[in-house]
Design a binder for this molecule. Structure first.
Ligand code: HEM
Ligand code: HEM
Length: 276
């Protein structure tokens, strides 16, 4: 891999930002707020930020970059697809439970549903994410889908995946701000109490995590080499070492885009295309 050190640096920074975000959201609800419970009250609402940050943001981010981890390049593409799809499915389950928690809390407290921009964009993101999941399975896991469809759909799959991930982070930032404005009464949000500063830092960490995941997922030189090149590396005596992977990568077409469009156009070999 080209610039393995840079990749590891970006990966460790993303992992650190992600883990610290999870610790922050847990500390927020357990120390500053009412804790966690499933009782129709505020403690039930608290599952909403916890599950969206751990599942919908952190797990989705990891699912997006899982193909980029060089030590997984020896695994078959099919196995990596199952891991990518499985992590995305888990993220979706977390998001759905997070939605149930907030709707249940609103209904129990007679608070109207779906009045804010946060809720409009948030619910839209969850629904589109479910659609992306179904289309992803249909296109890339069910073996009957024609290879030409897979290649043609890939740029859209990658674009909508990255757009959804970015939107979910923006939605979380809105939710965080709303909750601070609603929840802080005396002192108020504008008086910058410790909770407000702490949770603002959580927002900054989420943006940092998102930025690093997007950076990793859009570097062409960090893309998983095609299965055909990996296969030839293995059959030519070893090939797991990074120098060989790097030289294999340099043989890949440097498409104008990082993904399937350039690849699919330029791949002349059918078996290569099937690795999608
Ligand atoms: C409400 C989605 C993250 C705070 C809602 C509602 C949805 C939603 C659909 C409407 C519930 C209803 O009308 O009954 C999402 C999504 C998130 C997310 C998809 C993914 C990141 C967060 C976070 C917080 C938060 C991190 C921080 C505490 C709130 C608050 C409400 C709410 C305070 C009630 C006020 C309102 O309806 O806007 N959320 N949310 N949300 N969410 Fe989130
Ligand atoms: C690649 C997002 C579900 C199959 C990608 C990429 C993103 C993404 C952003 C680009 C990653 C990269 O360039 O390294 C998502 C999201 C999903 C989802 C947000 C769920 C909501 C699925 C499912 C499958 C799938 C269910 C079925 C196996 C693939 C494949 C690639 C890919 C084959 C190409 C990987 C490569 O060529 O290196 N996905 N995806 N995705 N995804 Fe998904």
């Amino acid at each position: 891999m080209e610039n393995l050190k840079h990749f590891l640096l970006a990966l460790c920074a993303a992992a650190a930002a992600g883990f610290v975000s999870i610790i922050f959201v847990l500390r927020w609800v357990l120390y500053f707020k009412e804790g966690l419970a499933w009782d129709g009250g505020l403690a039930e609402f608290n599952w909403h930020p916890v599950l969206t940050v751990t599942g919908f943001i952190f797990l989705q981010g990891i699912a997006i970059i899982v193909y980029r981890l060089p030590w997984t390049w020896q695994c078959s593409k099919l196995m990596m697809k199952f891991i990518h799809a499985g992590l995305n499915l888990l993220a979706f389950v977390f998001a759905v439970i997070a939605m149930v928690a907030v709707f249940d809390f609103h209904n129990a407290a007679n608070i109207p549903n779906m009045y804010s921009l946060h809720s409009w964009l948030g619910l839209t993101a969850v629904i589109l994410y479910g659609l992306q999941l179904v289309l992803g399975v249909g296109m890339y896991l069910i073996p009957v889908t024609p290879v030409s469809w897979r290649a043609a759909f890939m740029p859209l799959h990658v674009y909508s995946g990255l757009l959804l991930f970015t939107s979910v982070i923006a939605v979380a930032l809105m939710g965080i701000t709303e909750k601070l404005i609603f929840g802080l009464k005396d002192p108020k949000y504008k008086d910058s109490p410790p909770e407000a500063i702490f949770v603002n830092v959580l927002g900054v960490l989420l943006v940092l995590f998102g930025g690093l995941i997007l950076w990793i997922a859009t570097r062409t030189s960090w893309k998983r080499p095609s299965d055909q090149i990996l296969h030839s590396l293995h059959t030519n005596g070893g090939g797991e070492d990074n120098s060989k992977v790097t030289s294999a990568l340099s043989q890949l077409p440097d498409g104008s885009d990082a993904y399937g469009a350039g690849d699919a156009r330029k791949r002349s070999n059918k078996s290569d295309e099937q690795s999608n």
